[in-house]
Ligand binder design. Structure first.
Ligand SMILES: [Zn+2]
Length: 270
């Protein structure tokens, strides 16, 4: 049924995976991961074709963030002829796409032979995936987290976690938010903030240190659960102490951060 030319070398895992083929209780809610790419993971929970010879693949969106992969809470079902399932997987998760991967088509074929049939779980997580060990580590790690709402970044259209990074009322991905808010045109400030400034600080879920490096920005205060008045006082102490250098306070889910432009020849004071 399946052409295994692409994955033949990797096939053969079926015999090692005890307990999930013909002996699987019908009441279990389990899925087999077929493959994935930059934005999607595909699963099947039954390989018993319907009257038209089709099975249902369920697509789940994913977002790649600086913290790893976030799995979306949406689902989309696609009917695929069982006889064409491998070709569909090979086309959807093409070898030319470096982010794409595909699991063992041999295992999929074995499941099809026994008419594997399970119910789709409420949440696809580590426990409900029968071939978790075939997934890339970053995907398996992402599936360990709770599903979240995903939206498209207003700038690059990349999928990202909703509400993590909003700037000027636009949903952005971490990369575009960091570039826009912490880049040269961001709301930098020299000298202490007035109280009213604290009401309009940029807000985001988290700051990703690696994304600051290329912006020539460094954190000098990184969150902390402090009373607001204390945090503001510390921020202003920092800004007072180096009043000619641009600083930027940012409100994150883990408290106030203060960033400053790195002292470098290209950023010399004017
Ligand atoms: Zn973006």
């Amino acid at each position: 049924m399946f052409n295994e030319s692409r994955y033949g070398a990797a096939a053969g895992g079926g015999a090692r995976k005890q307990g999930w083929t013909a002996t699987q209780p019908a009441s279990e809610t389990q899925v087999f991961a077929i493959g994935g790419n930059e934005t999607t993971l595909a699963f099947v929970n039954s390989l018993r074709p319907d009257g038209a010879g089709a099975v249902t693949a369920t697509l789940i969106p994913i977002a790649r963030t600086p913290l790893g992969i976030a799995v979306g809470d949406g689902r989309q079902e696609v009917a695929i002829p069982l006889a064409g399932l491998f070709e569909w997987a090979d086309r959807t998760f093409s070898a030319e796409d470096e982010r794409a991967f595909i699991t063992s088509m041999r295992d999929l074929e074995l499941l099809a032979r026994v008419g594997w049939d399970s119910r789709f779980p409420d949440t696809v997580d580590e426990r409900s995936i029968v071939n978790l060990e075939d997934l890339p580590d970053e995907v398996a790690d992402g599936l360990a987290g709770a599903p979240v709402a995903l939206v498209a970044c207003a700038t690059c259209r990349r999928l990202c976690v909703r509400d993590d990074f909003i700037w000027k009322e636009k949903q952005l991905c971490a990369w575009d938010y960091h570039a826009q808010v912490f880049g040269r045109r961001g709301p930098w400030h020299e000298g202490p903030y007035e109280e009213r400034h604290f009401e309009t600080l940029p807000v985001c879920s988290y700051i990703a240190d690696p994304l600051l490096v290329e912006l020539a920005v460094e954190p000098v205060m990184a969150g902390g659960e402090l009373p607001e008045a204390t945090a503001r006082a510390i921020v202003n102490l920092i800004l007072e102490a180096d009043a000619k250098r641009p600083h930027l306070a940012v409100r994150t889910a883990l408290g106030l951060w203060v960033l400053r432009e790195k002292a470098a020849p290209s950023h010399a004071q004017e």
